[in-house]
Design a protein around this ligand. Structure first.
Ligand SMILES: Nc1ncnc2c1ncn2[C@@H]1O[C@H](COP(=O)(O)OP(=O)(O)OP(=O)(O)O)[C@@H](O)[C@H]1O
Ligand SMILES: [Mg+2]
Length: 275
């Protein structure tokens, strides 16, 4: 059964979509079966993988969520696209903004996306959900569907109120809808080695949120090459395989795979102690 990871931060332009692409394709490169879900009405993830409207998008996440809301039986595999670098994609587009509105007046409005993810996740090792930059209904749905959250943070902005609000939302979803939800960590993105910002942010996160909020050991460097990939419809591993950004995303891929085993390890230790 897949591990479902939401990439979430209501702040825009922090690297959620770029991380979904390059972590997803990184995991596929490690032999994992990966589904990327574009839960953003901007459809950036879909575009970045080279699927442009209106060619391929007669069925999108909005179609599936509409069916789930109507409680109609549907084929959950319908509309899943395949990218040649080895990942599947459930595309998203502007129709998701209408879904965001209609969810508000729907029964089980927080768990509509979960019913879709539950219907497809048996086929995958990882499902990555690329969230939109808001804490609206679709992001709540993504958090309700996920096992864990990765929070990309742009290294040259000090995370202020926004981070507290995001963590509170995550806690609320955990309490009310999805008790298993954990934060895998904060991922520093667009790190410029010529400045100290990344170190300052690390310090502020530690000071304000303590050791409980893990910060990934891997930092994603500021890289023009990484920024170019979205227009090319491919990952950093193909676009600039020997560059810093490709190395960083490969390291992140390893780190993310390690998290599952770390937790299993911790649990089996606990079990040992409780015997
Ligand atoms: N490591 C990087 N170095 C330089 N530019 C980057 C890097 N990662 C992403 N970018 C660029 O920064 C912009 C924002 O990245 P991205 O779209 O991944 O963020 P996002 O959090 O998904 O944004 P949104 O909130 O709008 O969905 C894009 O133009 C992207 O190409
Ligand atoms: Mg995005």
């Amino acid at each position: 059964m897949a591990k479902v990871i939401a990439l979430a931060n209501q702040k825009g332009g922090v690297g959620k979509t770029t991380t979904a692409v390059n972590l997803g394709i990184g995991l596929a490169g490690e032999g994992k079966k990966v589904l990327l879900v574009d839960a953003d009405a901007q459809g950036n993830l879909t575009d970045s993988l080279g699927f442009h409207e209106p060619d391929n998008l007669s069925v999108s996440l909005a179609t599936m969520l509409t069916k789930a809301m109507l409680e109609e039986p549907y084929d959950a595999r319908e509309g899943i696209l395949y990218h040649y670098e080895g990942v599947d994609l459930m595309p998203g587009n502007i129709e998701l903004s209408a879904i965001e509105v209609s969810l508000v007046n729907t029964m089980s409005r927080e768990t509509i996306l979960r019913s879709y993810i539950d219907a497809v996740k048996a086929d995958y090792d990882y499902v990555l959900i690329d969230c939109m930059p808001s804490l609206g209904m679709l992001t709540i749905n993504a958090l309700a569907s996920a096992d864990s959250v990765i929070i990309p943070v742009q290294a040259h902005y000090l995370p202020a109120k926004g981070m507290t609000q995001l963590l509170q939302t995550i806690s609320r979803v955990r309490r009310q809808i999805n008790p298993k939800l954990v934060v895998d960590g904060v991922l520093l993105t667009m790190v410029d080695r010529r400045t100290r910002f990344a170190k300052d942010i690390f310090f502020v996160l530690r000071r304000d949120y303590g050791d409980k909020l893990r910060v990934f050991g891997t930092e994603i460097p500021l890289s023009v090459r990484a920024a170019e990939t979205s227009a090319k419809g491919r990952s950093i591993y193909v676009h600039d395989p020997n560059g810093h950004a490709a190395k960083a995303y490969a390291a992140l891929t390893k780190e993310v795979q390690g998290i599952g085993s770390e937790r299993r390890h911790a649990r089996s230790h606990q079990a040992d102690h409780s015997r």
